[in-house]
Every structure is written in structure tokens, then in C-alpha cells.
Design a protein around this ligand. Structure first.
Ligand code: ADP
Ligand code: ASP
Ligand code: MG
Length: 411
């Protein structure tokens, strides 16, 4: 059972979580609980690091931001004990949850679940595990998994203890066809395939951390997204509550062409104007960006009109925009271009669905619908089960709602 930030926002909320846990334990289930920090806590910790020094040591950043989960894991253990259950908290380093040394965005390498299984068998002890954090064994330093990473902690623990299911309790009662905060007519999906969820998550739907879906797919963990606000004592622990199961494609009976729409405003566009149209130019541009660890996403290169120069446009994460511009300005002579134009007020809207594999013309419909609303498309990328459009950020909501209706997803 994993509980996100809003589920543990106050001690009262934590009491509510404890009742969810008690229900499952009373029903005879062996339970491990993964908790996030209280909502807003991690933002505050990140802010304090920035205030301390704009450029700070990533190891110390992890020391600071991992503390939010330490608080909630201890509090939940206390409340569970108060309800008469046996419970013990675990920090990432205690279990341990071994990770890589990529501080601030570490990947889980391994978790040994035998101690947890033994304790439950011997004395029905509930494990309360701090999400989001781990340890890099070589240096013995605390690491964190990147924002939203508690989902990944949960799926990794689920795989390590070979659990039947990994329930993600959050402030929505499942995965919707689009963010319900933006699209009032979005509806809940009963099931969604791992591959589609992977695209939805990586293209902006923050309901699940991307890496958690990847891990679920690799280790075949059944992930179930459900609401923390359902009354804990009114739920039948043996029935299937409302929620969304992330599962193999084969388990889904009815396939829609489009399953969901995601969006991200965390994008920036860079256009390199009048760059020489000759072999090696793309390498000269993207080489230095790769060296600076900047992820380039959509790339559009125009066909040269004069045979001499052309324009090249691409996107980077908004947070990397300044750095990317600096890198490219420094390499200006080596690349050989006239000027660099940038825009940070752009958004990426993506349409996802396994059905696209076998249907032509899905994207073409979107181009028409957006054009009818006067929305200009700056760049396009496609893959087997999705396509993404880069537009002005001001039109994000309009575009998302338009596409949601267009593909028949409205409730
Ligand atoms: P938690 O703190 O429990 O981890 P998050 O805030 O990380 O919760 O994720 C839940 C939020 O994800 C929801 O409140 C919702 O606004 C947002 N969201 C975005 N896209 C979707 C979607 N397709 N389905 C459901 N929720 C979504
Ligand atoms: N507390 C961390 C965050 O806010 C991890 C999580 O909630 O999943 O990013
Ligand atoms: Mg989250």
C-alpha cells in the first residue's frame, strides 16, 4: 500500500491511512506500506536548499529532501501501534533500498525483502517504509529517486516481497483519460496497459512516476491506483474497489483507438537559424548538449530552400533551457549558425493509444481540429502508440479539451 502526499498531509490524514492499513491486516493480508512526505513538505525542503545556495551539493540536497518521508514513516508507525498493531518504520538506508549514485534522480538497484517477510510471518509486523529515498552502498550516502519517486519505491518493494498487488492510494480514484483537474469530462479507466501508462506518465500525467511503471512492467507487478478518500471502514477488503489496474495489454478486452491525453508545460523550444546544411551539423549541435546531460526531445529540421543553410528546431526541459542556450552560444563558431531563438512559453500535448498501431489518420484529425480553433502547431513527433504536438502554452487547456472530445473520451 502506497500513500501519497495528500494522503498523509496531517496527523488526522495519517490516522485515516492507518485505518486503511488495519482493514487489510484484519482481512489477513501481509502488508508493507510506503509513504510520501506530507504534501508541500518536499517543495519546502527543495526551496530551503535553493535558499541556502543556488548551486548546491547533490548529496546534501538528498540529505535534506529525504527527511520528509522520515517524518511520515515514523508518524504512521506510531499511529498503527496506537491502534494496537505491530508496526516498524524503515528508512531507505535501513532496509536497505540500494540505488545508483545519481543523487537527486537515483535508480533502485535492489531491495532484500526477506527481513520484511520474516517479521510479518513471525509477529504480523507491518513495515512502514519511507518512500522516495535509498542509499548508495559504496559511499553509504542517502539518495533520492526524483520528484514523485515514492511510487517507484512502492513498486520496487512490491517486487522484492513478491506481493500480489501494489495499491497506490492517491487523491484521485484512478487513472483518468486526462488530468481531471483540467478536463472536467475526463473519465476513469478500469484498466490501462503498461505501455500506455508509461507514455502517459512520461508525457506529463504525474499520477504515477515513470520509473514505477517501468519496474511494474519488468517485474510483472499489478499496480492498482485508487482513492485515499474512500471511507476506510466501508470498503470490503475482498472486493474490487473503484480504481485503475495497470496490467498487460492482453488483459484488456475492449480497445479504444485513443486511451488518453497528456500534457506538459515543462518544455522549452530552441531554434537554430541559418545553420549550414551539410553533414555533421546535427552532431555539432546535439553532441555538446548530450555532454551537458541535457535531454533533447522533439527535433524538426527544415529542408533547405537555398541548398546552403537551414533551420533546426528542438525542445529541451524548461529547467535546462538556460544551460542549453549557454552551451550552444559557446559552440556557435564550431557549429556555424546565424542566431538562436528560444521560447519557454510552449507546451507539449500528447495523444496516446495502443489502437494507433492499427489505425491510420488518427493524428490528421487532430491537426484539423486544432487548426479550426486557431491553434498553431510548432513541432510534431510520432511513435507507434502516441503523437505529440508542441503549441503555445496559452492554448494548452483548450487543446487538451478539444482533443479529448475529438477522440470520444468525454464522459
Ligand atoms: P500523490 O501525492 O498521491 O503521489 P500526485 O499529485 O503525484 O499524487 O498525483 C495525483 C495527481 O495526478 C492528481 O491529483 C491529478 O491531478 C494528476 N493527474 C494528471 N494526469 C492524470 C490522469 N490522467 N489521471 C489521474 N490523475 C492525473
Ligand atoms: N515527496 C516526494 C515528492 O514530493 C516523493 C513523492 O511524493 O512521491 O516528490
Ligand atoms: Mg505522486
Amino acid at each position: 500500500m502506497k500513500f501519497g502526499g495528500t494522503s498523509v498531509a496531517t496527523v488526522d490524514h495519517i490516522r485515516n491511512v492507518a485505518r486503511h492499513v488495519k482493514r487489510e491486516v484484519d482481512a489477513g493480508h501481509e502488508v508493507a506500506v510506503i509513504v510520501s512526505a506530507m504534501s508541500g513538505a518536499t517543495n519546502q525542503l527543495v526551496e530551503w536548499c535553493r535558499e541556502a545556495a543556488m548551486l548546491h551539493d547533490a548529496r546534501e540536497y538528498d540529505t535534506v529532501v529525504a527527511s520528509g518521508e522520515q517524518v511520515t514513516s515514523g508518524l504512521l508507525a506510531i499511529v498503527l501501534q496506537d491502534l494496537g498493531m505491530t508496526a516498524r518504520s524503515w528508512q531507505g538506508w535501513q532496509l536497505p533500498i540500494r540505488t545508483t549514485d545519481a543523487h537527486g534522480g537515483a535508480r533502485i538497484v535492489g531491495i532484500d525483502g526477506t527481513e520484511l517477510i520474516r517479521r510479518f510471518a513471525e509477529r504480523r509486523e507491518v513495515a512502514v517504509i519511507a518512500g522516495f529515498q535509498g542509499v548508495y552502498p559504496t559511499t553509504n550516502r542517502i539518495t533520492t529517486l526524483g520528484r514523485g519517486g515514492s511510487d517507484t519505491s512502492a513498486v520496487a518493494v512490491a517486487a522484492a516481497v513478491k506481493s500480489d498487488r501494489c495499491d497506490i492510494y492517491t487523491d484521485v480514484d484512478g487513472v483518468y483519460t486526462s488530468d481531471p483537474r483540467v478536463v472536467a469530462r475526463a473519465h476513469r479507466l478500469d484498466r490501462i496497459a503498461f505501455e500506455e501508462m508509461l507514455e502517459l506518465a512520461s508525457l506529463g500525467a504525474k499520477v504515477l512516476h515513470v520509473r514505477s511503471v517501468e519496474l511494474g512492467m519488468m517485474h510483472n507487478v499489478r499496480i492498482f491506483v485508487r482513492s485515499t478518500f474512500d471511507k476506510p471502514d466501508h470498503i470490503d477488503p475482498h472486493a474490487t474497489p473503484p480504481g485503475t489496474l495497470i496490467c498487460d495489454e492482453g488483459e484488456i478486452v475492449e480497445h479504444q483507438i485513443v486511451t488518453g491525453i497528456a500534457f506538459s508545460k515543462d518544455e522549452a523550444q530552441i531554434s537554430i537559424r541559418r545553420v549550414e546544411d551539410k553533414p555533421g551539423v546535427a552532431a555539432a549541435i546535439f553532441g555538446p548538449l548530450a555532454e551537458a546531460n541535457i535531454n533533447v526531445d522533439m527535433i524538426v529540421q527544415n529542408v533547405s530552400s537555398d541548398g546552403v543553410t537551414t533551420d533546426l528546431t528542438f525542445t529541451v526541459p524548461a529547467g535546462d533551457y538556460e544551460r542549453a542556450s549557454t552551451v550552444l552560444n559557446r559552440a556557435k563558431v564550431a557549429i556555424g549558425y546565424e542566431r538562436l531563438d528560444g521560447a519557454t512559453d510552449v507546451a507539449k500535448v500528447s495523444v496516446i493509444g495502443i489502437g494507433m498501431r492499427s489505425h491510420a489518420g488518427v493524428a490528421a484529425k487532430a491537426f484539423r481540429a486544432l487548426a479550426d480553433r486557431g491553434i498553431n502547431i510548432r513541432a510534431i513527433t510520432t511513435s507507434e502508440i502516441k503523437f505529440s504536438l508542441l503549441i503555445d502554452a496559452a492554448y494548452t487547456e483548450l487543446a487538451v479539451r478539444t482533443l479529448h472530445s475529438l477522440y470520444g473520451l468525454d464522459r
